[in-house]
Design a protein around this ligand. Structure first.
Ligand code: DOR
Ligand code: ZN
Length: 424
């Protein structure tokens, strides 16, 4: 055995005082006590939780690495308790061809310090079968957003059917291009008007009607409007949905200027309440950060020209742990939504997403007494800012990926090149 970790671990649906044995990167035993053998290291922790799986990040590599790259993005993930990320295809070149996809996988293998999956972008021209052999999942944009990868409206159903045949999960950015209003935007209220609740709900309705005809996982990225949730009640089994922390914690009435500009937009307090409720009830399956960094210079452009997107991979789990402490979400629901469900939906739920024998030893160590305010200067994304300044958070003290510390007692001890591709 390599490690024995002792503490209150979230295993089997509750916190239990136990010892976790780790061997060759996997959890080999869970018991009341485990006798140490050989040169095994014994560590104690207050609370031990499954590390998070963030199935929606934009690490900007290749081509946009002035905003982020796989080294800084995965380091930021590790500090936020995330052991596995799934990277979106709107990079340069976009991951819509097998060449671009293969290049991105190689870059990530060299630079990532946590495990990763890679999305292929759905397009009218890409070779879906060939992409499916290499990618973790597909991403389809129904409306224009950063990167301009949206597919022609009339081709959406056809492309979805093609992807469904490959069996790979398909994540969809559900905003309706026809309903989107284009005008000179001055502030967050304008941005919300341009991408209204109905703009999202129409697209969700269309995908909810399509999903029963398809056999793969159809996943709705960043659900943000209360009207969308109506279509998720009694949804077909293969239809799943995520919510991003910014839609739970922020709204268009806040003084965030362009830093709060994201797609889909920040909405109202009523939408926030509906999202919290849907997440707590499991109507929304999972959390994902939609970490979409842009530099301060880019964000400081006039509102209308500033790019949409905000960082979030490092703050998602800490914000949610702080929310669990004040009972906005139960810890069991949180662990399921941030770890177990994303691993299941994206096809590696037999290896990652929970603390159980045989699973990857992807763990975070947490002290719930150790809450602090989020500060941009403490974070590790290349972009250097956060919209969650001064929000309460509980950061993990340590993050372990496959039995190795990447962050230990608040210090980075990881190495680029350690992260593995989950789809090999
Ligand atoms: O706000 C967003 N930013 N929404 C997206 O769909 C893309 C993302 C980005 O890549 O910046
Ligand atoms: Zn995104």
């Amino acid at each position: 055995m390599d490690f024995i970790v002792e503490g209150r671990a979230f295993a089997g649906g509750e916190f239990v005082e136990c010892a976790i044995g780790i061997e060759n990167g996997r959890i080999s035993r869970i018991g009341k006590t485990i006798e140490p053998s050989g040169g095994c290291r014994r560590i104690s922790a207050k609370h031990i939780l499954p590390a998070g799986v963030d199935a929606h990040v934009h690490f900007r590599d290749p081509g946009l690495t002035h905003k982020e790259d796989f080294a800084t993005g995965t380091m930021s993930a590790a500090f936020g308790g995330i052991s596995c990320v799934l990277d979106m295809p709107n990079t340069k070149p976009p991951a819509v061809t097998t060449e671009a996809l293969a290049e991105k996988i190689e870059i990530a293998k060299r630079k990532a310090c946590v495990d990763f999956g890679i999305y292929a972008g759905a397009s009218a021209v890409g070779n879906v079968e060939a992409l499916a052999k290499k990618c973790t999942a597909f991403k389809l944009y129904m409306a224009e957003s950063t990167g301009g990868l949206n597919v022609p409206d009339s081709e959406i159903e056809g492309i979805c059917a093609k992807i469904a045949k490959t069996g790979k999960a398909l994540s969809i950015h559900t905003e309706d291009e026809k309903t989107r209003k284009k005008f000179e935007e001055k502030n967050l209220e304008d941005h919300l008007k341009s991408r209204s609740n109905i703009c999202e709900a129409e697209a969700v309705k269309r995908v909810a009607a399509l999903a029963p005809k398809l056999k793969n996982e159809i996943h709705l990225a960043h659900i943000s409007a209360k009207e969308s949730i109506e279509y998720l009640k009694n949804k077909p089994k293969n239809l799943t949905a995520e919510v991003a922390p910014h839609h739970l914690f922020l709204n268009a009435g806040m003084d965030l200027r362009q830093y709060g500009k994201v797609n889909p937009p920040l909405r109202t307090k009523q939408d926030q309440s509906a999202l919290w409720e849907a997440l707590n009830l499991g109507i929304i399956d999972m959390l994902a950060s939609d970490h979409a960094p842009h530099t301060i210079d880019e964000k400081e452009k006039e509102f209308n020209d500033a790019p949409s997107g905000m960082p979030g991979v490092e703050t998602m789990y800490p914000l949610m742990l702080a929310a669990s402490k004040v009972k906005r979400i139960e810890i069991a629901r949180l662990a399921n939504a941030i770890s177990e469900r994303p691993a299941q939906i994206f096809g590696f739920g037999e290896r990652k997403g929970k603390i159980a024998v045989g699973y990857d030893a992807d763990l975070i160590f947490v002290d719930f007494q150790n809450a602090r305010k989020i500060k941009a200067e403490d974070l590790h994304s290349k972009c250097g800012w956060t919209a969650f300044e001064k929000f309460d958070a509980i950061f993990p003290e340590s993050t372990m990926v496959r039995g190795k510390f990447v962050v230990e007692n608040g210090s980075f001890v990881g190495a680029p090149g350690y992260g593995r591709y989950v789809s090999e």
